[in-house]
Write a protein that binds this ligand. Sequence first.
Ligand code: ZN
Length: 421
Amino acid sequence: MKEALGCDYIINSWFYNMNTGKPVGNLKINGTVKANAGWNSYGLTWDDTDIRMEVIPDNGGKNYLSGVELLTPSKGPDARLSYDPAYGGTRGRSAVLLAGDYLILYCTGDGTADAKTPEAMRDDLVELGGQYANTAGLRALGLDSGGSSQCDFDGKKIYSSRRVAGYLAVWTKKAGNTDDTEDKPVSRKTVCLDPGHGPDTVNGSPDGTYKEKEFAWDMYTRISPLLEAHGVHTICTRTEDTNPSLTERANVSNKANATCYVSLHSNAAGNDGWYNASGLEIYTSQGPMTAQRNILASDLVNAFHAAGVSLRSSPIKHQMYTVLAKTDAPACLIEYGFHTSKEDVEKLKDSDYRDKLAEATAKGICTYLGVEWEETEVSELDKAVDKLAAAGLINSPDYWKAGDYSAENVRALLIKWAASL
Ligand SMILES: [Zn+2]
């Protein structure tokens, strides 16, 4: 990740559920809430710069993250710490310390002589921070610990075999560089994906076997990794269990200055019951066809056509939908098919068909962005691993996907094995 991001420092970060890999506590990234704990606590927050400690989520900015309160306005250097027993003991530790103008990242290795109890870590931080600021003003947040404690500080590494999905990346300005526009990470294109609807939406097939909100979310989880694998950064307008307003969705894209915006939906005809209308269509706010939004729509239509997806007779339509009208970036809304069509909904429920739609969507977006599409070995491996795991032939699919094994030909073997099923 450090190499891919081009950052100077990277450290593991938020707490997550070991079974699902999903973040727990409060977490917001680039305007999108990724985890909502339902309680407030002191946490780290920042907008574009100036990381600070505030009560989150209430006083949080564009990004925030909760953890174990080590040093806060209400917890001084001698205060009693409160934490889940699972956080206790002598273990590898990670934390962020704010001392005056300094941002200090702290990491010790699990199972080493540097392993600490939470209290001993806090004492370390007080001593460390005291060199830079008055101890009363120190602020520190404990991050995920134990085997998750890992870092690469400008080449100095603490490493464990555990894969963590949450990390903080820090870029420093180089000496002599006073221009704010320089030294930014390699500029990557950002695509805002908008899985339509949310938990309280009932849209679905008349027989109740298909829900649009689930389809939209599932499509997002399939499209995003394909784009990321091609170096395209993705952001999302919602989490699986939130339903932001249409304006909020557009704002997520606008705040992140996204390169383009793609909303994911399925269509409905009539008022209730089954109808004949079928096929995929894409909406943009309006003509002319030379506008960027319509070029994006055309690239998507071409990709769906090439993939053999059945399209409406005139697949590009115009409508001033809020998410299309309020986004600064060129925006499209894809209606992948009609969930009121018996024929369409059978396809929309099919996992292989969703893969096909996701790949065509990612391809169309890459064409629009001028990003060369490559069939990556990794995605082929991922598919093979998923297939083998679904057949009950292997365990720990994430392990095999992450490539935590030495022999290169194991990849090829997995792919071959899956193909033989
Ligand atoms: Zn919809």
